[in-house]
Write a protein that binds this ligand. Structure first.
Ligand code: HEM
Length: 193
């Protein structure tokens, strides 16, 4: 078990970075299909903003369906709250029940649209959502490797899809990417503005 997740972590870390549209135009304001969480507005994840496209990222919702996305999202929240604060920081511990519920709703919607599903995201931009949480690159990478990847894997997503399709939108480093906007403390990740 441990060896298997180590393998997956290694694969994800080395996964080629694809592209997803900027997350910085997400907003709570105007209704109707902002490019909020990965912008399926244009129909394809990776349709704008340069970088190598990862076409399969935008096919994951169609492939796995809503029930699987809900299960993975719930796993992510459970694991995030249980993760050692020495590795992810204390931000998840400080959430009220209401904030945790909002996070669950918004992260769930974010993941759906990031991987090609319908856009119902009404949360903040990644920049705003993580402001003041002082998330470092090390914490971010830990979160991907030890929270997100196991959540996918334990819910039956094969390694190839994790590596090729799920990893790119959350590992790419360019202006407006999830990683660049979420990491707001410590040295800038190379590739982020
Ligand atoms: C794949 C990477 C990540 C994604 C896609 C992501 C996504 C999100 C989303 C969609 C929200 C909800 C925004 C809202 O309610 O308006 C959020 C909030 C939050 N995120 Fe992240 N996040 C990521 C990484 C992280 C990491 C690495 C940490 C901590 C180490 C973190 C900590 C939090 C916390 C504590 C909140 C709640 C903030 C609040 O309610 O005040 N996130 N995130």
């Amino acid at each position: 078990m441990f060896r298997r997740s180590s393998l997956i972590v290694g694969l994800v870390v080395s996964a080629a970075c694809g592209s997803m549209p900027s997350t910085s135009d997400a907003g709570t304001g105007t209704g109707g299909g902002t490019a909020a969480a990965g912008g399926s507005a244009g129909g394809t994840a990776g349709g704008t903003g340069g970088g190598a496209a990862a076409p399969c990222s935008s096919m994951m919702y169609a492939k796995y369906g809503m029930a699987a996305f809900t299960a993975v999202n719930n796993s992510i929240i459970t694991k995030a709250v249980a993760a050692p604060t020495a590795s992810v920081g204390t931000s998840f511990q400080g959430l009220s029940q209401q904030q945790a519920a909002t996070l669950t709703t918004n992260l769930g919607a974010f993941l759906v649209v990031a991987y090609g599903g319908p856009n119902t995201y009404q949360g903040k931009t990644m920049l705003a959502a993580h402001q003041g949480l002082n998330i470092t690159e090390a914490q971010y990478d830990y979160f991907i490797s030890n929270v997100v990847v196991p959540a996918l894997s334990e819910n039956g997503v094969p390694t190839a899809d994790i590596m090729n399709c799920f990893a790119p939108p959350v590992t790419e480093k360019k202006a407006g990417s999830v990683k660049c906007d979420t990491v707001q403390s410590g040295p800038r990740p190379s590739g982020c503005p």
